[in-house]
Write a protein that binds this ligand. Structure first.
Ligand code: XUL
Ligand code: CO
Length: 435
């Protein structure tokens, strides 16, 4: 049975097409800088937004039309697997991501949840084998259930800590079963509301304890996905411990996790932290920790995580430039952690929204490749730091100076001449690459 009987496989038809169900810029097999577009972009579909969002908001009831509901939660879960792989195949997306609770009902006990997960992942594995679609990453949802109100690994309650550990263990077992290439930790409620009752140091030590147990268990079962930490500054807790890339790296370094952990960076989390997405990607690169991307965009007029599909070419160009500078994103990918707006409630909107996101990233990739091939930023930066290429600048870079020798130099050269950055001219030229 098909959930999208009216829609064939979505193909590249070029920018002139009037067909809504066609790519206008994403051409999977086309080579950009000697590599297929699909291998640069490694698109993944997020199970949660695509399969479980009902379109409700704090003021409105569910609205999304979805045709996969069955008579029982398990029947619905099975129908979802069928529909999900049809979506991935029709879009030509080769990867997917999920939380444990997205794919199977939690039932009345942890054992029942495990049994449901086993049954559903049997079906998922069958579909993966049939289609060649791969697991980019999975994760454990340790933030929705009321037991996690005060955190999971950072909880004040040891039974909750144990429950979270059991979910992570199962998550790693499923990752092994499905050949997951990465495993994500987003600290949904790893943060705090008030310092009046919080021991921040103790809570962070406990998070590190949990991560070390995850690394040890992966080694024990002979499955070593790339572990990824996903920063976010706020929402749901007021102070999230993994505020941004720099904060997450400080945590990773403090606890000696550099060898096992990289970052999964999300565009809307960056903007919530008061950064651009490219800033976060660039920070990660400085630590050789750019692991994967959650692609979406926020709304400058709204202050929360709106998780919109990415449609801004300027942002995707600068993000893809960071990816190219990184030498690629693998074994990570570009996961659409994005949901359709409440007013886009038809089944077909799930396809149209992903087409928009994939086209926008394809345009970003092409523009970024041109920027790189023409040395646009390299030339600007080369010129900007030119005084460090010779004379006293070269001595500074070569560590051949000290405060006394620099003072001697400064006394003889105190008539400093600066050059304008011509930033408006740079922005004007950059626009030429985006159209
Ligand atoms: C929440 C968020 C999560 C993580 C996975 O803002 O981004 O969906 O990506 O738990
Ligand atoms: Co995310």
């Amino acid at each position: 049975m098909s959930y999208f009987p009216e829609v064939e496989k979505i193909n590249y038809e070029g920018p002139e097409t009037k067909n809504m169900f066609a790519f206008r810029h994403y051409n999977a097999e086309e080579e950009v800088m000697g590599k297929k577009m699909k291998d640069h972009l490694r698109f993944a579909i997020a199970y949660w937004h695509t399969m479980t969002q009902d379109g409700s908001d704090p003021f409105g009831d569910p609205i999304n039309q979805r045709t996969w509901f069955g008579k029982t939660p398990m029947e619905t879960a099975k129908n979802r697997v069928e529909a999900f792989f049809e979506i991935c195949q029709k879009l030509g997306a080769e990867y997917f991501c999920f939380h444990d609770v997205d794919i199977a009902p939690q039932g009345d006990s942890l054992q029942e949840f495990y049994d449901n997960l086993d049954e559903i992942t049997d079906l998922i594995k069958e579909k993966m084998d049939q289609t060649g679609i791969k697991l980019l990453w999975n994760t454990a949802n340790m933030f929705s259930h009321p037991r996690f109100t005060n955190g999971a690994a950072s909880t004040n309650n040891a039974d909750v800590f144990a429950y979270a550990a059991a979910q992570i263990k199962k998550g790693l077992d499923l990752s092994k079963k499905l050949g997951g290439e990465n495993y994500v930790f987003w600290g949904g409620r790893e943060g705090y509301e008030s310092l009046l009752n919080t021991n921040m140091g103790f809570e962070q030590d406990n998070i590190a304890r949990m991560f070390k147990m995850a690394i040890a268990y992966g080694e024990k079962i002979g499955h070593k996905p790339q572990f990824l930490l996903e920063p976010k500054p706020k929402e749901p807790t007021k102070h999230q411990y993994d505020f941004d890339a720099a904060t997450a790296m400080a945590f990773i370094q403090k606890y000696g996790l550099e060898g096992d952990f990289k970052l999964n960076l999300e565009a809307n989390h960056a903007t919530l932290a008061g950064h651009t997405f490219e800033h976060e990607l660039n920070v990660a690169r400085q630590y050789d920790a750019l692991g994967s991307m959650d692609a979406n965009q926020g709304d400058v007029l709204l202050g929360w995580d709106t998780d919109e599909f990415p449609t801004n070419i300027f942002d995707t160009t600068l993000a893809m430039y960071e990816v190219l500078e990184n030498g690629g994103i693998a074994p990570g990918g570009i996961n659409f952690d994005a949901k359709v707006r409440r007013s886009s409630f038809e089944m077909e909107d799930l396809l149209l929204a992903h087409i928009a996101g994939m086209d926008t990233y394809a345009r970003g990739l092409k523009a970024a490749a041109k920027l790189k091939e023409e040395h646009f930023f390299d030339d600007i930066k080369e010129k900007r730091y030119a005084t460090f290429n010779e004379g006293i600048g070269k001595k500074i870079v070569d560590n051949e100076v000290n405060l006394e020798s620099l003072t001697e130099y400064a006394l003889a050269h105190d008539d400093v001449q600066l050059e304008s950055s011509h930033l408006e001219y740079i922005k004007n030229c950059l626009n030429d690459y985006l159209v």
